[in-house]
Design a protein around this ligand. Structure first.
Ligand code: ADP
Ligand code: MG
Length: 328
């Protein structure tokens, strides 16, 4: 069945126009079928036009593989989606603080040159002198760039914009973050990595260091093609650099349950990705935009509110998911 038939009939004009446009670009077959087909080489083999990271040979694309369960010790969770504005940064900070509230030791890592995560915790990326750029490229210890805020944060600065290019010239360029984390791994239970809206070397570095990937997906503008592309990149990383990495879960964000459009978007996700879609829906509310202005998480900004509770629920689900799989 094509996705077009799932178009919400009673959704407003703008909403259905957005979904329709997305669906026109998306192939009219279930994503599960797509994933078993060979990729189009031009689109899928090139990870970054500026610096091809992985062998651009055609790869067999397997179905999405869940993160390997049962790994003891620190979990390195990467928040990724090459689309901007889907709540990667919002999820990194609030999920991280939710884990901290539960008593876990948490480190956040800002790998986005835009430095939104760094800003969200009240720091100015434009005036920061040493940052993840120096860690990845100049190999300084990551402990030198960890700021103690509401939650520990390895900071980004504007320099990070040059990291893709600088890394491209280095041997072991895909393993720079993995190596940097060795120093601090024992000090944290969770390391959450926020990534830029691209599948370039910074994001690849995050995938190589990861034990699992969580993909925030915006219910308003569902991009299935984007998710397929993300999975293809992960498949290449599994094959070449980190066999255990996989999508641990998909979080529907900016969910407005009053619109049929949002409910349809979640249905489409569940049809295609099944149990990988978390039960928690992160609802649309201005609270998530207000908190970073105060340099804090929504859990600190409005501790009793529904917005904070949603991320606590997600944290329980992320924990429980692993425990459930470990005991299976
Ligand atoms: N659940 C939500 N409801 C409403 N606005 C949100 C929600 N989550 C995030 N936002 C806002 O949407 C914008 C994009 O979120 P952000 O986390 O920066 O996305 P990304 O890191 O994927 O680019 C920000 O202004 C953020 O405050
Ligand atoms: Mg961001």
């Amino acid at each position: 069945m094509g996705f077009v038939r799932l178009l919400p009939r009673s959704a407003s004009r703008t909403e259905s126009a957005v979904l329709e446009a997305e669906l026109e670009r998306a192939p009219e077959v279930p994503v599960s079928d797509l994933l078993s087909e060979p990729p189009e080489p031009a689109q899928d083999a090139v990870v970054s036009a500026a610096a091809p990271v992985l062998t651009p040979a055609p790869v067999q694309v397997p179905a999405p593989v869940a993160a390997v369960p049962g790994a003891t010790g620190t979990r390195v969770i990467v928040l990724a989606n090459q689309k901007g504005g889907v709540a990667k940064t919002t999820t990194t900070i609030n999920l991280g603080v939710a884990f901290k509230e539960m008593g876990y030791r948490v480190l956040l890592v800002d790998l986005d040159p835009q430095g939104n995560l760094t800003m969200s915790l009240g720091l100015n990326p434009d005036t920061i002198e040493t940052s993840m750029f120096d860690v990845l490229v100049r190999k300084i210890p990551i402990s030198d760039v960890i700021a103690r805020r509401e939650v520990d944060l390895a900071v980004a600065s504007i320099d990070l914009a040059g990291a893709e290019l600088a890394l491209a010239a280095l041997i072991g360029r895909e393993r720079s973050l993995e190596k940097a984390l060795v120093e601090v791994r024992d000090r944290y239970d969770f390391i959450l990595v926020d990534t830029p809206p691209s599948l370039g070397l910074l994001t690849i570095n995050a995938f190589v260091a990861a034990t699992g990937v969580i993909v925030p997906v915006q219910c308003e503008y569902l991009s299935l093609r984007g998710l397929v592309q993300l999975e293809n990149t992960l498949a290449m990383v599994r094959e070449n650099l980190n066999p255990r990495v996989g999508v641990e879960g998909i979080v529907p964000t900016m969910y407005d349950g009053r619109t049929l459009h949002a409910r349809e978007a979640v249905e489409i996700l569940e049809e295609n990705f099944g149990d990988l879609v978390y039960r928690t829906r992160i609802r649309k509310t201005v609270r998530y935009a207000e908190a970073p202005v105060k340099g804090s998480s929504v859990l600190k900004y409005d501790p009793a509110g529904a917005a904070a509770e949603a991320y606590r629920e997600l944290a329980r689900e992320v924990l429980h998911g692993t425990q459930a799989r470990e005991h299976a």
